[in-house]
Design a protein around this ligand. Structure first.
Ligand SMILES: Cc1ncc(COP(=O)(O)O)c(C=O)c1O
Length: 475
């Protein structure tokens, strides 16, 4: 692909005015070496002779002479009026031998049915968002273009605190809200602040693999605590024989992956365990805005009288993952440790998006978006459930579909979820194998089917394909 017109980045040419070699020869040699070494690639545009002469602080004559030689020898290629390029046909031995790693996009955010982490990107109010972002890109004052506050942009922290108090019953002040780039960044910060390498951290079994990876990277020894229809078995925490458990990572509103919400008695038991053992609870409230059978449950943090809960949230599901903005509500006594850990990670989150998000919240657009999305997701969920009922009866058993943006389903006895996933991928479909959510020795075979990122018709079609695939594996 040819680089576009316009001013080109000046190549690095080691020119030495004191050297005996004439300037034109140095420029010629510099280009030749850069091209042969693959620093300048076939098809890449090079600067005009005028621009290069000005940059090097030499007259145009030696530059013209060098370019002429390079054109003559076929290193460069140029037509009057359309610029000069590294010859696109220059395929020497070097190039043929080079191992090219294609920079293919990973397609992480594509609109695939069943993709678990995909919200309804087709429904996102782009025009309003674009206006807000453009407004701030134009008007951002100079003082906001420097390094930002590691805690986050204060008006955004205020907006988040108000939202969490109101919608999630989180007990917090803006001064406790730490803006971070994602839930996983939040976990990394919390680990750095709280978890000494080698200490035990309880995680849900099955649970969120991303959290396991983040906690293990921090040196935690994971204790896998089973989840049943009431959520994590808080009673099992005491039976572990862990002398000094440091923390438990939980998803009480909508357990990932099984979808249950933790009952009140389990919540009380979990909080009592934390208080008794001096442990911290890492509450990941990643998609609690969407609940289809009753009002969304309040956060566990709101029930905590002893400030043992670190509450983690993200805009990845309610807005879009590429925004990379999340937040942590930090107990006041831990604030300093969290700020130090946050500074050590990446200092602060991009200010432009924090400014835009502040307005998106303050103008009521966020609340409106969530309200609208509840209906959209309910319809998509219903379409998925109807498709599973119609095409997959007897093959796919829904475990829980009360909330969130995905449905866990069990596969028939003996059918490996990883094999089903491979067959689905061959048909252009992506889902998450449930077995990958287990960290212990025993796993169960099932699928997590996201329904947020595709419309009803697509979901119906995809469900029919899924049922055929599973039938083949079961037969
Ligand atoms: C349980 C859970 N927590 C957190 C996240 C990711 O959030 P973020 O994009 O903020 O890292 C996900 C994404 O799928 C998730 O399933």
């Amino acid at each position: 692909m040819r680089s576009t017109a316009g001013p080109q980045v000046l190549p690095h040419l080691p020119i030495d005015r004191e050297a005996r070699a004439p300037l034109y020869q140095q420029i010629y040699e510099g280009y030749r070496r850069a091209i042969l070494a693959g620093l300048l690639r076939p098809g890449q545009r090079v600067p005009s002779t005028r621009a290069l002469a000005a940059e090097l602080g030499v007259s145009r004559l030696p530059v013209l002479a060098a370019y002429e030689q390079l054109l003559h020898e076929g290193y460069l290629d140029g037509r009057r009026g359309s610029g000069t390029y590294v010859n696109a046909d220059l395929i020497g031995e070097r190039k043929r031998r080079r191992v090219v790693v294609p920079l293919a996009p990973r397609d992480e955010g594509g609109l695939h049915p069943f993709r678990v982490s995909a919200p309804a990107l087709d429904q996102f109010p782009r025009a309003a968002w674009a206006r807000i972002v453009a407004r701030h890109a134009h008007a951002m004052p100079a003082e906001l273009m420097g390094y930002g506050d590691p805690a986050g942009y204060v008006p955004l922290r205020e907006q988040i605190a108000e939202y969490l108090r109101t919608a999630r019953a989180v007990r917090c002040e803006a001064s406790q809200v730490l803006v971070v780039s994602s839930s996983l960044a939040a976990l990394r910060i919390a680990s750095a602040a709280l978890i000494a390498p080698g200490t035990s951290v309880a995680v849900e079994e099955p649970g969120y693999p991303g959290a396991r990876t983040a906690l293990e990277a921090a040196g935690a020894n994971l204790a896998h605590i089973p989840v049943d229809e009431e959520g994590i078995d808080s009673g099992a925490l005491g039976d572990l024989g862990i002398s000094a458990p440091s923390a438990a990572y939980v998803t009480p509103s909508h357990q990932y992956p099984l979808g249950v919400s933790m009952t009140a008695s389990r919540r009380v038991a979990l909080l009592a365990w934390a208080e008794r053992t001096g442990s911290w609870i890492l509450e990941d409230d990643y998609d609690s805005e969407y609940r289809y059978v009753s009002r969304p449950l309040g956060a566990l943090q709101g029930m905590d009288a002893h400030e043992r809960v670190i509450y983690i949230g993200t805009f990845s599901k309610v807005l879009f993952p590429a925004l990379r903005i999340g937040y942590v509500v930090v107990p006041p006594r831990l604030w300093e440790a969290f700020i130090r850990a946050r500074e050590a990670l990446d200092i602060f989150s991009p200010t432009l998006y924090q400014l835009a998000l502040t307005d998106f919240l303050a103008e009521g657009r966020f609340a409106r978006h969530i309200r609208r999305m509840r209906d959209v997701y309910r319809r998509r969920r219903d379409a998925l459930l109807a498709g599973l009922e119609q095409h997959g009866r007897g093959l796919l058993t829904v475990h829980n579909s009360d909330a969130g943006l995905h449905v866990p389903v069990w596969l028939p006895e003996g059918v490996a979820d990883t094999a089903v996933i491979t067959s689905l991928e061959q048909r252009g479909l992506t889902a998450t194998p449930l077995s990958t959510c287990y960290g212990g020795t025993e796993t169960r075979s099932g699928l997590l089917l996201g329904f947020g990122g595709a419309d009803e018709r697509t979901l119906d079609r995809a469900t029919r394909i899924l049922a055929n695939v599973v039938a083949q594996h079961a037969g």
